[in-house]
Design a binder for this molecule. Structure first.
Ligand SMILES: [Zn+2]
Length: 278
């Protein structure tokens, strides 16, 4: 599943081509995605220029003067640029035809074999995009400057659940999915079963630092090479070769040599080193 790093890598792949581009046409396949766009979408975006390409959580936001296109890659979605006349394949659900600022006409295409992706249109007259119902309830972004260890510490005070579970829930911070939760907790030296409210401010500091390092490393290396994820240029990432603990049950810890363990937390697998993580 594309997680925050993959979505951010996708955003970075889209931005140089889409910025300043003029939108020409949208095309949907007949198969429905998780949420379908409003009917006025097609007419409202026509001739609009792309002002920004941003991200909130795992949503990509393509901004124009008339409003925003919200894209979610779901479980298996990917975006790529294709030539102007390339026909839709069986798992292609959405096409955005545009003319780049360099004058080239091409298409941004959403491919999604499992059809859990989403394409939505949010007209500017409906209010600021960050108040959209899908975005308003999201936790803070891990790289937001005012997201501090103190803030993390205070938001964990009321959480009795295990820290791994609390990270996955996305309320105290967004974007720390299953892989990155295991990896961040390893880097911070924190046992995944630790009740969240028992973490000291010093450990929250380490954890926030570890989350940022883990996500940044993944972004810089192009996201994780899971089966369904591709860069916008069609190449896969290779962050998974760098995992400390994720998927490494029975292998030796890269730091201390202790055997990596696995456990189930809320149906999800967690990996940790019993020596490095206390
Ligand atoms: Zn270890």
């Amino acid at each position: 599943m594309p997680e925050l790093p993959e979505v951010e890598v996708t955003r970075r792949g889209l931005e140089p081509t889409l910025l300043g581009a003029q939108l020409l046409q949208v095309q949907f396949s007949n198969k429905s995605l998780r949420w379908s766009a409003l009917p006025q979408f097609a007419t409202e975006i026509r001739q609009q220029r792309v002002i920004s390409v941003s991200r909130r959580g795992k949503y990509l936001l393509i901004e124009t003067a008339a409003g925003w296109i919200l894209l979610h890659l779901g479980m298996s979605g990917s975006l790529r640029f294709v030539a102007e006349h390339e026909a839709l394949g069986p798992w292609d659900h959405f096409d955005l035809k545009f003319c780049s600022s360099a004058g080239t006409v091409s298409r941004l295409r959403l491919n999604d074999p499992r059809r859990f992706g989403a394409v939505l249109w949010h007209p500017r007259l409906h209010g600021p995009i960050l108040q959209h119902p899908l975005l308003a309830g999201l936790g803070p972004e891990p790289f937001e400057p005012d997201f501090s260890a103190e803030r993390l510490y205070h938001s964990l005070r009321s959480k009795t659940a295990a820290i791994k579970q609390v990270l996955l829930a996305g309320q105290v911070v967004v974007g720390v999915g299953n892989i990155y939760a295991s990896e961040s907790l390893f880097r911070a030296g924190i046992r995944p079963q630790t009740p969240a409210q028992r973490l000291s401010l010093a450990r929250c500091n380490k954890l926030l630092e570890a989350i940022r390092q883990t996500l940044l490393a993944a972004i810089e290396q192009g996201g994780s090479s899971l089966r369904d994820f591709y860069h916008t240029n069609g190449q896969s990432g290779y962050f998974q070769q760098q995992y400390f603990v994720y998927g490494r049950v029975g292998a030796s810890c890269r730091v201390c040599g202790t055997t990596i363990r696995q456990l189930k937390q809320g149906q999800r697998s967690t990996f940790y080193c019993p020596n490095c993580q206390r």
